[in-house]
Ligand binder design. Structure first.
Ligand SMILES: *Cc1c(COP(=O)(O)O)cnc(C)c1O
Ligand code: SF4
Length: 331
């Protein structure tokens, strides 16, 4: 059973929720009634978490799997061998104007640096967003770039979180892409339908339903408790607007590194109409080493999941290796 949300869905607009998200550990610790000795530190990658997401955390539990994803910890400043600022070598694939073109036929656009939550394990936590952000000035450059490579059929909007853009901004972008005949697929990688279900507005649904492009929305959920009735209802409306819904997770120590958690996530995603797509190995980004799950551990886990689940609910375990022509499927 998907739990009911503890905050009303239509209390405020999604923009209000962005403005009024939690930004300090002190406020979050108060709101959750956490032990006052809960250690949280200042970080250059600041704490950021929406109220609907925080409402799904368990009161008084410093080990809550949702909390651990967003609470800055002292261990983040440990220097760990192999963990760097740009683990995917994205800077060398940045073609300018926020374009990252690593894989055949698909091009990724960094539309904004902003997110509604700051995930501590995020591989882009050190990415130079200000240089990468898409501006109107760079718009023509991007369309030209796509025209020059007729193999490109799919545009992936990423970030940051592309749904931080307003419906009007997004609509301008999508209409521009629709004008390129070669494009057939539009993919949107976003955590907003999960951390801020209010973002699924009627404007967004109309944009998707009216597009000639096949829309794929890849949400990002790591634990079944991130899903509640409001999230499920937003996802249902996205599916009704014609979007294919996929999920990607990151395998994170103390958050979801056990077979029960992974299986339950798959079942709940499925109930919400979402197909588990990828389970990513952690990218080795500086500050995230405390989330590491070993390769052997990951293989053992995914085998256990495969033994227990219908095949369509087993995500592909992948890791991203700089220089490879695709994400590498481990199993
Ligand atoms: C992950 C990723 C893609 C999409 O890969 P799929 O395997 O098609 O999901 C495309 N471009 C970049 C830069 C990526 O990191
Ligand atoms: S890009 Fe995704 S994983 Fe990274 S902070 Fe934003 S929502 Fe979290």
């Amino acid at each position: 059973m998907i739990p009911r949300s503890r905050v009303p869905l239509y209390d405020h607009s999604w923009q209000w929720h962005l403005r009024n998200a939690f930004r300090t550990a002190g406020d979050l610790i108060d709101a959750l009634g956490l032990p006052p000795d809960t250690v949280a530190v200042d970080s250059e990658f600041p704490l950021l978490a929406t109220r609907p997401f925080v409402a799904r955390m368990e009161q008084g539990n410093p080990r809550d799997p949702l909390l651990l994803q967003i609470l800055p910890q002292a261990r983040e400043s440990d220097e760990v061998a192999g963990y760097t600022g740009d683990p995917l070598d994205e800077r060398s694939h940045a073609e300018g104007a926020g374009i990252i073109h690593k894989y055949h036929g698909r091009v990724l656009l960094v539309t904004t640096g902003a997110c509604a939550v700051n995930c501590r394990y995020c591989f882009r936590r050190h990415f130079p967003y200000d240089e990468a952000r898409l501006t109107t000035r760079q718009w023509d450059f991007m369309l030209d770039y796509i025209r020059r490579d007729s193999a490109i059929r799919e545009v992936i909007l990423s970030g940051g979180d592309p749904l931080i853009m307003t419906d009007d901004q997004l609509s301008e972008l999508v209409h521009g892409l629709e004008s390129l005949d070669q494009l057939t697929h539009l993919r949107i990688h976003t955590r907003l339908p999960v951390v801020l279900p209010q973002r699924v507005t009627s404007g967004l649904l109309e944009l998707f339903a009216g597009s000639r492009l096949k829309v794929i929305v890849v949400i990002h959920t790591n634990h079944s408790r991130e899903l509640d009735d409001q999230v499920a209802s937003g996802l249902g409306r996205l599916a009704a607007a014609g979007a294919l819904l996929l999920n990607q997770s990151v395998l994170l120590k103390d958050v979801n590194n056990n077979a029960d958690a992974l299986c339950e996530l798959s079942w709940q995603l499925s109930m919400a109409g979402v197909v588990p797509y990828y389970l990513h190995m952690l990218d080795k980004v500086a500050g995230a080493a405390h989330f590491e799950v070993s390769r052997t551990g990951a293989l053992r886990l995914i085998d256990e999941v495969r033994d227990r689940m219908p095949g369509y609910l087993v995500p592909r375990l992948v890791s991203e290796i700089p220089g490879h022509p695709a994400k590498q499927e481990i199993r």
